[in-house]
Write a protein that binds this ligand. Structure first.
Ligand code: SF4
Length: 411
């Protein structure tokens, strides 16, 4: 007998999620107004733990970029950055964020009644994901006349070797003098260990949450996870994130026990590779739900799983965690990774999102879909779109392609 009790029971953890994200921005806004604590901007897979160890509040422009995409404000902001020479072909997080700053408009106003993003005292990037983040942070560094410093990570790595770790750990230590000067505090290894410990706890819980989608039928999906990953991005290294994922994990377990699935009568299971189309999250989620297809796992949401974190070896383990990422690796590694996901999540097809302005997260461009179809015996579909620039996304075309893909699975 069908065990499912309700087709689309909302995830209750959305309420504490809303609060934790609001508190994050209020805390930053307050800090800027009273001048303490100092604010560091960090890339989403940058050395946030090191910054926290100096007492900085950490702000993540990519999160703001995603908000600009989700609210579709990005479309008005991108041309403003284009006008000062930042091409429409480069990262649309960068162009929408810088455009929003120049236009003095932010989604924080409507969401939290906050007028502007928090002014940085220092900007810290890691090029593990792309070069765009360095250009992005450097623009603000020049604008605010504050240091924009960073780590230059090796790219297209197969095996992560000791020399990679040694280099990145050394570069991280090289940030310390500037961070000491800006924060006015001496480096404290115990504070760093504590932050790494909390990040590890957060990451383990986040992984456990994502893993729950291996259950047939999955209690949540990729579109839910893109929203609930907020604390793993902006609050890792802090107790609040750990507390939040304990709540979410408990609820997901309850959903599994009660037979609550995110897609009613789940019939097909899919994997999503690449960035979300932020401005179309809801309609995409509805499209898949209508087709009884659940996107059970994704490269994107897995990107905030850092199993290497170890407070006993904070620098080496941070260097490893931020170098082991999918986006940093070569094609054979990525294919082996997706193969493992296939075994665990048991999906029958893969959707590759070819995001026009993010080649770094578009993995369909060098023959990977064809190789995976051959290796895994499952079909792949590539869709054209973008994370923020909706001029690159045809909803009708995508819908037609996805419907045809699901029909192919049914055949
Ligand atoms: S990885 Fe892609 S989306 Fe992220 S900052 Fe770089 S170019 Fe932009």
């Amino acid at each position: 007998m069908e065990k499912r009790i309700s087709p689309s029971v909302p995830i209750q953890a959305a309420k504490p999620l809303k609060k934790i994200m609001a508190d994050h921005f209020y805390e930053l806004d307050r800090a800027v107004k009273v001048g303490a604590p100092k604010v560091a901007w960090c890339t989403s897979v940058g050395p946030a733990e090191l910054l926290q160890s100096f007492g900085f509040l950490v702000y993540y422009p990519e999160n703001h970029g995603a908000m600009l995409g989700a609210t579709r404000m990005a479309m008005d902001m991108i041309p403003v950055a284009n006008a000062i020479g930042y091409s429409p072909d480069i990262c649309s997080y960068l162009t929408s964020d810088i455009g929003s700053f120049l236009k003095q408009e932010t989604p924080l106003k409507k969401a939290y009644n906050i007028d502007a993003v928090p002014k940085p005292d220092v900007l810290v990037y890691n090029t593990n994901q792309c070069r765009d983040v360095k250009d992005w942070f450097s623009w603000y560094g020049r604008h605010f006349n504050v240091p924009a410093i960073g780590i230059h990570t090796h790219r297209e790595i197969g095996r992560v070797e000791k020399h990679h770790i040694d280099d990145i750990a050394t570069q991280m230590k090289g940030l310390i003098p500037t961070l000491e000067e800006v924060s006015g505090r001496k480096f404290d290894i115990d504070r760093l260990r504590e932050s790494v410990r909390l990040s590890r706890e957060c990451t383990d819980l986040w992984k456990a949450c994502l893993d729950r989608a291996a259950v047939i039928s999955a209690p949540w999906n990729f579109f839910d996870a893109t929203i609930h990953m907020g604390p793993a991005v902006v609050m890792r290294g802090r107790q609040e994130a750990v507390d939040y994922y304990q709540i979410l994990l408990k609820e997901l377990d309850e959903r599994v026990a009660a037979g609550i699935s995110s897609v009613p009568n789940e019939k097909h299971r899919l994997y999503w590779d690449g960035m979300p189309v932020w401005g179309k999250l809801r309609s995409m989620a509805e499209l898949f739900t209508g087709l009884a297809a659940c996107v059970v796992a994704s490269t994107y949401c897995n990107s905030w799983i850092f199993t290497a974190f170890d407070p006993a070896e904070p620098f080496d383990s941070m260097a490893r965690a931020y170098t082991e990422l999918f986006i940093v690796r070569d094609e054979p590694y990525k294919e082996a990774y997706i193969k493992k996901c296939h075994e665990f999540f048991k999906f029958e097809g893969i959707i590759f999102h070819d995001a026009k302005t993010c080649p770094n997260n578009s993995n369909n461009r060098y023959g990977m879909p064809q190789r995976l179809t051959e290796k895994l015996g499952i079909p792949c579909l590539s869709i054209n779109g973008d994370l923020n620039d909706l001029r690159c996304f045809s909803e009708e075309q995508t819908k037609t392609n996805i419907e045809a893909f699901i029909e192919q699975l049914e055949d």
